[in-house]
Design a protein around this ligand. Structure first.
Ligand code: SAH
Length: 340
C-alpha cells in the first residue's frame, strides 16, 4: 500500500489526537492528499466560492499587551488614531461599490471607540451589507448592543489553547477570552476564532489542542495564521511561523469544519509570495481586502510595518489562480447617497 492509501481512512475523519498530530506535520505525497481531501470536503459542502471581506482598521488604540502585536500600549513609537463615523462610512461606500457584502470592522481593544462603532454599525446596515467585527474582549452587554445595532458576526481568536502560554504572551487569562467567545454566540452572533502558529513555547501538542478547542467552540469561521515578528515588541527577534504547519492546520480545519469560512490570511502572503494561493489550495475560502486608507494603514502595524496589504486585484488574481470564483457579489451600487 502506498502512503496515500494508508493515509486515506484518517484523512477524512481526523478525530483522534494522533491523526491530527500526524497530519499537522505531514509532507510530500501525504500532504498533497491532505490538501486534496480538504478541497473535496470544501466542494462537497458547497463552500468553493471564495468569500470576499472588506476590512476597515478603525482604531489602533489598545488595552491589551500582547507580546506579538505592535499596537500594544507599551509601544510608544506608535502614532495612535481613531477614525470617526464619517470616515468609516466613506470607506464602507468604497467596499460596497465593489460589490463586497461583508464590511469587517477591526481594531485594537479600544473601549473609547464603542459608541462610535455602534453608530457606524447602524449606518453601515442601511446599505444592507453584513457587519463583521473583530474588536476584542467586551462585556456581554456590549456584544448585545452590537447585535441590536445590526452586527451579525464577530471574530475573537483564542490565539493559543495553552492557558499558561496565553497568559504569558497576552497578559490576561485565556478563560476570560473563551468566556467572551461564548457571550458572542449567546447574544446571537456568528463566531470566528483561531490560532497563531509559531508562538514561542508552542509544541505540536499545543497545535493539536488548538484544533480540539476550535471544535469545542463550534465556530462558524476558523483560522490559522503564521506568527509574524513585529517591530518594537518583545517577540520582534523571533522567526516567522511555519508555513507548512499553517497550511496543514488549515486543511485539517476544512475536514473538521466543512461548512466554515476559513480565511487565507494576509500573513501567509507576507511570509511567502503566493502564500494565500497555497491557503486556498489547502481548503481556505475567504480573502480579506484591505480598504483602510494608507495614512491609517501604516499605523495599524499588527503584521509588522511592511505587512502585505491585500488589494482587490491581488484577491481576484489569487482566486483565479486557484481555479475558483468569488462568491456571488451584490450589484455594485452607488451607496454614498443612502447615508445622507
Ligand atoms: N483587538 C482584537 C483584534 C486583534 S488583531 C482582538 O483582541 O481580538 C486581529 C488578530 O491579528 C489577532 O487576533 C491575532 O491573531 C492577529 N495578530 C496580531 N499580531 C500578530 C502577529 N504578530 N502575528 C500573527 N498574528 C497576529
Amino acid at each position: 500500500m502506498n502512503a496515500y492509501c494508508e493515509a486515506r481512512p484518517v484523512l477524512f475523519q481526523p478525530t483522534e489526537r494522533a491523526d491530527i498530530s500526524r497530519l499537522l506535520t505531514c509532507e510530500g505525497e501525504e500532504q498533497q492528499a491532505l490538501f486534496q481531501a480538504a478541497r473535496a470536503a470544501r466542494q462537497a459542502a458547497g463552500m468553493d466560492a471564495v468569500k470576499l471581506r472588506g476590512v476597515i482598521e478603525l482604531s489602533n488604540y489598545c488595552q491589551k499587551t500582547c507580546d506579538y502585536c505592535a499596537i500594544r500600549p507599551q509601544n510608544k513609537e506608535m502614532i495612535r488614531y481613531r477614525m470617526d463615523v464619517d470616515t468609516i462610512l466613506a470607506i464602507t461606500a468604497e467596499i460596497v461599490a465593489e460589490g463586497i457584502t461583508t464590511v469587517f470592522l477591526q481594531s485594537g481593544q479600544d473601549p473609547k471607540s464603542d459608541a462610535m462603532v455602534l453608530e457606524a454599525i447602524r449606518r453601515i446596515r442601511q446599505a444592507d451589507v453584513n457587519v463583521l467585527l473583530n474588536l476584542g474582549e467586551k462585556s456581554r452587554a456590549t456584544y448585545a448592543r452590537y447585535v441590536e445595532a445590526g452586527a451579525d458576526s464577530y471574530i475573537l481568536k483564542f490565539e493559543t489553547s495553552d492557558p499558561v502560554l496565553y497568559q504569558n504572551i497576552v497578559g490576561t487569562p485565556l478563560a476570560k477570552r473563551l468566556e467572551c467567545a461564548r457571550w458572542i454566540q449567546d447574544v446571537g452572533m456568528k463566531l470566528g476564532t483561531g490560532n497563531i502558529i509559531g508562538l514561542p513555547g508552542q509544541t505540536l501538542d499545543t497545535l493539536v489542542d488548538d484544533i480540539l478547542l476550535a471544535q469545542e467552540l463550534q465556530p462558524d469561521f476558523v483560522s490559522s495564521s503564521p506568527f509574524i515578528p513585529n517591530e518594537n515588541t518583545p517577540l520582534e527577534h523571533l522567526g516567522v511561523g511555519d508555513l507548512q504547519l499553517t497550511l496543514n492546520s488549515i486543511a485539517i480545519c476544512r475536514l473538521l469544519f466543512p461548512h466554515a469560512l476559513i480565511p487565507a490570511v494576509s500573513a501567509l502572503e507576507k511570509i511567502k509570495k503566493g502564500g494565500q494561493l497555497m491557503g486556498l489550495n489547502a481548503g481556505a475560502n475567504v480573502l480579506t481586502i484591505n480598504f483602510t486608507p494608507k495614512d491609517f494603514r501604516d499605523k495599524y502595524a499588527i503584521y509588522s510595518k511592511e505587512r502585505f496589504v491585500v488589494s482587490l486585484d491581488h484577491a481576484h488574481a489569487t482566486i483565479a489562480a486557484a481555479g475558483l470564483r468569488p462568491r456571488q457579489v451584490a450589484n455594485p451600487v452607488e451607496v454614498v447617497s443612502s447615508y445622507n
